[in-house]
Design a protein around this ligand. Structure first.
Ligand SMILES: [Fe+2]
Ligand SMILES: [Fe+2]
Length: 181
C-alpha cells in the first residue's frame, strides 16, 4: 500500500507533469504560428513525453492500491518574443520540475518508501536529460542570434525528433495495471 503522504505528493506531481505538457503545447502552437515547424514538432513530441511522465505516477499510485485525484491545472499558456525566449522558459520550467522531483526523493526516503524511491530514480536521471536538452537548444539559438539561415538549419535539425511510447507504458495503456482482469 502506498503511504498517504506519498499518494498526495504523487497526485500533485501528476498535475505538475500535465502542466509541463500544457506549457509545451502552447509553445508548439507558438512555434507553428511563428513559422518554425521543426521546433513545433519537437515540442509536440515533448508534450507526448510529459504525458508519459504523468502516467508513470498515475500507474504507480494505482498499482499500489492508492487513489488518483486529478487537480485543476495552473494556466501556463502564453506567447514568447522569440524561439530563444521560449526555450529559455522551457529550461527554467525543467529546473523547477527537477526541484519537485528532488523533494519527492527526500519524502520517499523519509517515509522509507523504497518502491517510490525506485520510481523516482528514473525521474532523477530523466531530469538531467530534460535540463540538458532545453539548455543546449537555448544556447544554440543564442549563438545563431538573428541569423536567419542558422535558425532555419536549427529548425530542420529539431524537426527530426520523433516520440516513441516506452513499452511499459504501451502495455499499461492497453491493459491497465492488470489488477482487475
Ligand atoms: Fe516531465
Ligand atoms: Fe526527456
Amino acid at each position: 500500500m502506498i503511504p498517504k503522504k506519498i499518494e498526495e505528493a504523487f497526485n500533485r506531481q501528476i498535475k505538475h507533469e500535465l502542466e509541463s505538457a500544457y506549457l509545451y503545447l502552447s509553445m508548439a502552437a507558438y512555434f507553428d504560428e511563428a513559422g518554425f515547424p521543426g521546433m513545433a514538432r519537437w515540442m509536440r513530441a515533448q508534450v507526448q513525453e510529459e504525458l508519459t511522465h504523468a502516467m508513470r505516477f498515475f500507474k504507480h499510485i494505482l498499482e499500489r492500491g492508492g487513489e488518483v485525484k486529478l487537480q485543476p491545472l495552473s494556466v501556463l499558456g502564453e506567447k514568447w518574443d522569440s524561439p530563444q525566449a521560449a526555450f529559455e522558459a522551457a529550461y527554467e520550467h525543467e529546473k523547477f520540475i527537477t526541484g519537485t522531483i528532488h523533494e519527492l526523493v527526500k519524502l520517499a526516503q523519509n517515509e522509507g518508501d523504497f518502491a517510490s524511491n525506485s520510481l523516482l530514480q528514473w525521474f532523477v536521471d530523466e531530469q538531467i536529460e530534460e535540463e540538458e536538452s532545453t539548455l543546449k537548444i537555448a544556447q544554440d539559438l543564442k549563438l545563431v542570434g538573428g541569423d536567419g539561415r542558422g535558425i532555419l538549419m536549427l529548425d530542420r535539425e529539431l524537426g527530426q525528433r520523433t516520440f516513441v511510447l516506452p513499452p511499459e507504458l504501451a502495455a499499461f495503456y492497453a491493459q491497465g495495471t492488470g489488477a482487475n482482469p
